[in-house]
Write a protein that binds this ligand. Structure first.
Ligand SMILES: NC(=O)C1=CN([C@@H]2O[C@H](COP(=O)(O)OP(=O)(O)OC[C@H]3O[C@@H](n4cnc5c(N)ncnc54)[C@H](O)[C@@H]3O)[C@@H](O)[C@H]2O)C=CC1
Ligand SMILES: CC(C)CCC[C@@H](C)[C@H]1CC[C@H]2C3=C(CC[C@]12C)[C@@]1(C)CCC(=O)C[C@@H]1CC3
Length: 356
């Protein structure tokens, strides 16, 4: 694979000292976090996980179970650690405003304070490309797009605050360097949302319809490319590099029609591809109405609609992003193509196949 290496990257010392290879992954029990932990170990890092739950065991990886809002718990996990990846967040589907504010805003402030107190030198945040998305088309969006003034949900609203906090904390004088990775539509083996939600909808006969004309292009990013972007950012983060305090889009660099991606996944798993078109405006209005009804009736019934306004907006608009800045500054190139990523994902879900 041909990679252009940035000039300041070449000046990096060849051997990375042992202490700079001690890292912690906050949210390391999650989908992205676990893939990141596995790759970091492959690359010779000594890895600790900090997470509110422990979802697996891996020889050589130390687990610290705790809430990232608890500074004392974080401090003991960050002892002797020089590099921290923060990829913890409540799931977007929870739509729990208080929880998002507590974990993504207050918790991230606590993470920053704990890192500084523990002498951590680098903090890599997993942000989201959605921080600039307002529910209307984004084509080849670059990092200089303004943050969404009207974010599509509480999750996105708090991801914006979180990213600002981390990037503003970057301080070369104090030797505390930060960077944010903005992935989009992460998919791959063990993903708990995209494929399971899609299959659940298909099993309930709800994936027969294409919202809109079906031509809207979207980024779906294979998890190993997202991991690659995080590790490149960590390894490039030095006081003399241009990446300090900046956000970077990491995508597969292969925008695809939303409904072609869904169809490939569904057909690969043995389900029929969606065929019938429904007008975007109609579906969005119905989703909004249903969402309002479930909100008003929430003391009486707990019903979670499949087609939320957020999902309809994501399914019916263009939202794809340029990763040119990551190519330029990090030497990033996707390491797994979309075709290969889809094939590996489909293979990894035998229990979600039609008839299983
Ligand atoms: N999945 C996607 O398509 C995208 C995800 N992201 C971001 O990537 C990151 C990782 O997402 P996923 O791996 O998909 O989610 P995930 O839900 O699989 O992992 C998140 C992890 O954070 C942990 N966590 C939540 N609250 C915590 C707390 N208070 N203290 C300690 N740990 C806590 C959870 O236990 C979980 O293991 C998140 O920051 C998310 O916002 C960004 C763009 C797209
Ligand atoms: C029911 C169908 C219309 C949709 C099924 C698939 C969706 C569950 C996913 C399609 C795009 C995904 C996506 C995210 C979550 C899962 C989808 C809505 C995110 C919101 C996850 C967190 C982010 O930061 C942005 C993602 C955008 C794409």
């Amino acid at each position: 694979l041909h990679q252009t290496v940035p000039f300041w990257f070449i000046s990096r010392p060849v051997s990375v000292s042992q202490s700079s290879k001690r890292c912690a992954v906050i949210g390391g029990s999650g989908f992205l976090g676990r893939h990141l932990v596995e790759k970091l170990q492959d690359r010779g890092y000594s890895v600790s996980v900090f997470d509110i739950r422990q979802s697996y065991e891996l020889p050589g990886v130390t687990f610290h179970q705790g809430d990232l809002c608890d500074e004392q718990a974080l401090l003991s996990a960050l002892k002797d650690v020089s590099l921290v990846f923060h990829c913890a967040s409540p799931a977007p589907a929870s739509n729990d405003r208080a929880l998002f504010e507590r974990v993504n805003i207050q918790g991230t402030k606590t993470v920053i304070e704990a890192c500084i107190q523990a002498g951590v030198q680098k903090l890599v945040l997993t942000s989201s490309a959605s921080v600039v998305f307002e529910g209307t088309d984004i084509k080849n969006g670059r990092e200089d797009l303004p943050y969404a003034k009207k974010p599509i949900d509480y999750y996105t609203q708090t991801k914006i605050q979180q990213e600002k906090l981390v990037l503003e904390a970057c301080d070369k004088q104090k030797g505390f360097l930060t960077v944010a990775i903005r992935p989009h539509g992460i998919f791959g083996p063990r993903d708990p949302q995209l494929v399971p939600i899609m299959v659940d909808a298909a099993r309930r006969g709800k994936m027969k319809f294409i919202i809109g004309d079906g031509t809207n292009l979207v980024d779906f990013t294979f998890v190993e490319n997202v991991v690659h972007g995080h590790i490149l950012a960590a390894e490039c983060l030095r006081p003399d590099s241009p990446i300090c305090g900046k956000p970077y889009h990491i995508t597969n660099d292969e925008p695809i029609r939303f409904w072609d991606f869904m169809s490939e996944m569904l057909v690969g798993l043995g389900y029929a591809a969606p065929r019938f078109h429904l007008p975007y405006g109609l579906v969005y209005s119905l989703a909004l109405l249903l969402w309002l009804l479930t909100w008003i009736l929430r003391p009486l019934l707990s019903f979670k609609p499949t087609f939320t306004p957020m999902r309809v907006a994501l399914a019916g608009t263009h939202h794809y992003y340029s990763c040119e800045r990551a190519k330029q500054d990090l030497g990033y190139r996707p390491v797994v193509s979309l075709k290969e990523g889809i094939a590996r994902t489909v293979q990894s879900y035998p229990h979600l196949r039609h008839g299983a």
